[in-house]
Design a protein around this ligand. Structure first.
Ligand code: M6R
Length: 628
């Protein structure tokens, strides 16, 4: 999705903007642009380019050719209007009286466009963002007639724009007659302000933390309907009524290096390799060891009492993409252990079924970014209905994390690759903790089983390490299969949930058609697609379903499929049906997803590499989907 960076300070702005935009490239984009001005001059220079940021770098000599210490930059992921230089941001009104960069979607832009046209404004692009620039221009002119000070004029214009506009936005704004001032505003699209000290003295805005990490760790999270006014030496924050407000700075703990490739060819492989650490960091601080050696789950950070957990009558898990797949696993694990009825829904569907939410329901929203528009909207619906919400989120301070009643952070660290790996694994870990905690307080788990589950959970990081140590075998197989056209992932029960994730991983980065199927469903229609050479990845980690899955494997093999069988060590009978087999260490079957998913991530990664594709930034995709 789009990315925003802005800087006003003592340094030249353009190189900082371009560097920040580079750090946001992983979000996905199709064009980029910057607007830079000298802090004393009224002239604002705008440079835009279609395609990769490199084009903009080349046009500006890496920013050196655009002089000025105040500016805003943007990477655009087209929603309204084709990807083109014209539609790239920044957008501006006549004579660049107002220049803006925007993340989000203006829903009523057509209506506003018509009104502004009637007032004599002319539009040059097909974007919704240009409407914001012209609307601000209109209100700014009205404010000038009232004899307001420059800052009051800006606040008047921004406030009125915020009232008129429907939709979501994070905005960086320059006013032509206010050199040295940079404004920002937000509704439903992430935005932070950073304070730079020392030789960088000044302030920054950004849509995402990695953009500012090279310059500051000290940030303020801008909330909905808030406005920021930044100069080199001053940061002032206002609510939508233009009353000044105070907000604390937060120290970002991330190490800038954590968002770099660290010697790996791709972020995805780096993040796959980080999973043992990430899962350990998510589990260990929450599993306490008593003096007698027994263990228990401590989720006191959630602020939920045991009575609260006992009172939960139903759990609803919500997410998009891989986060939804985690929910599918979570449903099985929570129901099996705690016997609390559990359902899972796609965040993008949830609101439209007018969901029935019981008074004592617990809604769990799962999201790496914490900014996914559909997940955020689902969360808000639940809050409106007065239902208790819990977020499982990776990005600290993100919208979902802040708006949920309680947040269980996954400690995966920054995930840059569009294809999620370590966030998925840590989300699973967080759900296992919740499932055991719920079961323990509800008395559905006997002590011995609880201890065994916790021991198995704590063993997962080392077991993932073990699987990764043998990654070359999967690489060999991936190279052999990289030209395949159709792949089916099949499994039953939890293995079906793993299939969903394996299939998504493959299709998103290899562009190979693939489908996940509940193995028992194949013969109800889909088996007609099986012919010579079709690759079928069969998951058979669940002992109680093992024989049934092997039967399904035999069915497709006899119709020409080439079989990749994936199971737990010891279940060697899979070799009767598979052409190629991968074994993962034994664990409680409820946790098998955490291990079985690793070879599937590797399969997708190596196939994408073998096909020479852009592993970290697959076509048409964005890391964080902040539009519905
Ligand atoms: O940031 P979120 O976890 O809310 O993102 C949800 C999905 O967009 C995400 O999992 C997506 O499916 C991934 N690209 C899958 O690898």
């Amino acid at each position: 999705m789009c990315g925003i960076v802005g800087y006003v300070g003592v340094k030249q702005a353009a190189p900082i903007l371009l560097d920040g935009l580079q750090k946001l490239e992983y979000r996905g984009y199709d064009s980029a642009g910057i607007a830079v001005r000298d802090a004393q001059a009224e002239h604002i220079e705008v440079v835009k380019a279609k395609g990769r940021l490199k084009n903009l770098m080349d046009m500006t000599d890496a920013g050196r050719a655009v002089r000025g210490s105040c500016g805003i930059g943007h990477t655009r992921w087209a929603t309204h209007g084709e990807p083109s230089t014209l539609n790239a941001h920044p957008h501006y009104s006549r004579e660049k009286r107002v220049v803006v960069v925007h993340n989000g979607i203006i829903e009523n832009y057509q209506e506003l466009r018509a009104k502004l046209t009637r007032k004599g404004y002319a539009f040059e692009t097909q974007t919704d963002t240009e409407t914001v620039a012209l609307l601000l221009d209109c209100y700014y002119a009205e404010a000038a007639e009232k004899g307001l000070s420059p800052r009051e004029r800006a606040l008047f214009a921004i406030r009125n724009m915020m009232i008129r506009v429907r939709g979501s936005y994070a905005l960086g704004i320059l006013f032509g007659d206010q050199p040295g001032a940079l404004y920002a505003a937000r509704k439903d699209s992430p935005l932070i302000v950073g304070r730079c000290d020392g030789e960088l003295r000044g302030h920054m805005i950004a849509s995402d933390v990695p953009a500012v990490l090279n310059y500051t760790r000290s940030v303020v999270y801008i909330d909905n309907l808030e406005i920021a006014c930044l100069t080199q030496d001053e940061l002032r924050l206002y609510n939508v009524d233009c009353e000044e407000i105070e907000k604390p700075f937060t120290e970002i703990k991330w190490d800038a290096a954590a968002a770099e490739k660290g010697g790996y060819e791709h972020f995805m492989m780096k993040e796959i390799s980080e999973q043992p650490r990430a899962v350990r960091d998510t589990l260990s601080p929450r599993i306490h060891e008593e003096e007698d050696g027994s263990r228990s789950v401590d989720l006191s950070e959630l602020g939920l009492t045991d009575d609260d957990l006992r009172a939960v009558s139903r759990v609803t898990l919500i997410g998009c993409g891989s986060a939804y797949h985690v929910g599918v696993v979570g449903r099985a694990v929570i129901e099996r252990l705690s016997r609390v009825p559990c359902e899972v829904d796609l965040a993008s569907e949830f609101r439209y079924r007018d969901p029935m939410l019981e008074e004592n329901a617990l809604v769990i929203v799962i999201s790496q970014s914490g900014e996914t528009a559909d997940s955020l909207a689902a969360l808000r619906l639940c809050k409106e209905r007065g239902v208790r919400t819990l977020a499982i989120v990776n990005v600290v301070g993100s919208s979902i994390a802040r708006e949920a009643d309680a947040t269980l952070y996954t400690w995966a660290g920054p995930e840059i690759s569009v294809a999620t790996t370590k966030a998925y694994s840590t989300q699973l870990a967080a759900l296992y903790l919740l499932a055991v905690k719920l079961s323990s307080v509800r008395g559905t788990l006997d002590a011995a089983r609880e201890q065994q589950l916790l021991a198995d959970m704590l063993a997962l990081p080392d077991q993932i390490e073990q699987i990764l140590a043998d990654k070359e075998r999967v690489q060999w197989f991936a190279n052999k299969m990289s030209a395949c056209r159709d792949v089916f992932f099949i499994g039953r029960g939890l293995d079906y949930a793993i299939s969903l994730e394996g299939s998504l991983k493959l299709k998103e980065i290899s562009y190979i058609h693939s489908e996940a199927y509940a193995a028992g469903e194949l013969k109800h229609g889909t088996i007609s697609l099986i012919e010579d050479g079709v690759l079928v990845v069969a998951l058979a980690t669940q002992p109680d379903l093992f024989e049934k899955v092997v039967s399904n494997m035999v069915e497709v093999r006899s119709r020409g499929a080439y079989l990749f069988g994936l199971t737990l060590c010891g279940q060697y009978a899979i070799e009767d049906a598979a052409n190629f087999t991968v074994y993962v260490p034994r664990t409680d079957p409820l946790f098998a997803t955490s291990l079985a998913v690793i070879p599937l991530q590797l399969l997708a990664y190596y196939i994408s590499c073998a096909r020479g594709l852009d592993v970290d930034k697959p076509r048409n995709l964005a890391k964080s989907v902040t539009v519905e």
